[in-house]
Design a protein. Structure first.
Length: 125
């Protein structure tokens, strides 16, 4: 039976950084991004719709930055079932994330990827 593909129109890149203030100064002054201070993280919204998020914490080489695909229609639990059925390596179960739900998985070369959906959307489709 064919599986419905998730609708993805947004992408976020998540950075784990040692110091939010230092990262804010670098990305604002050196790179030229406009950053918003949120509760515990920084957010830069690019004209393309791409979002850059910066969280303070330990970055493990090879896991940061991480590409996160936004699930505009929700259905994260259904998407995870389809990934598992295809033999995709799941790195985390569906977990609560700021403002919604996320799941981490890897591509065939071991690159970390994730899906995120807003908490207001249904988890099953």
């Amino acid at each position: 039976m064919p599986t419905r593909k998730p609708k993805i129109t947004g992408i976020a890149i998540i950075f784990m950084v040692q110091d939010l203030e230092r990262s804010h100064k670098f990305y604002a002054d050196a790179v030229g991004l406009q950053l918003e201070r949120k509760d515990g993280y920084l957010l830069a919204k690019l004209a393309s719709g791409t979002e850059l998020l910066f969280f303070e914490g330990e970055a493990v080489r090879g896991t940061s930055p991480q590409v996160v695909f936004g699930l505009d229609d929700g259905g994260i639990d259904t998407v995870v079932e389809a990934l598992a059925a295809r033999g995709v390596q799941l790195l985390t179960p569906v977990t609560e994330a700021p403002g919604g739900w996320s799941v981490e998985f890897s591509d065939p070369d071991g690159h970390p990827l994730a899906y995120f959906q807003d908490e207001a959307l249904p988890r099953k489709r």
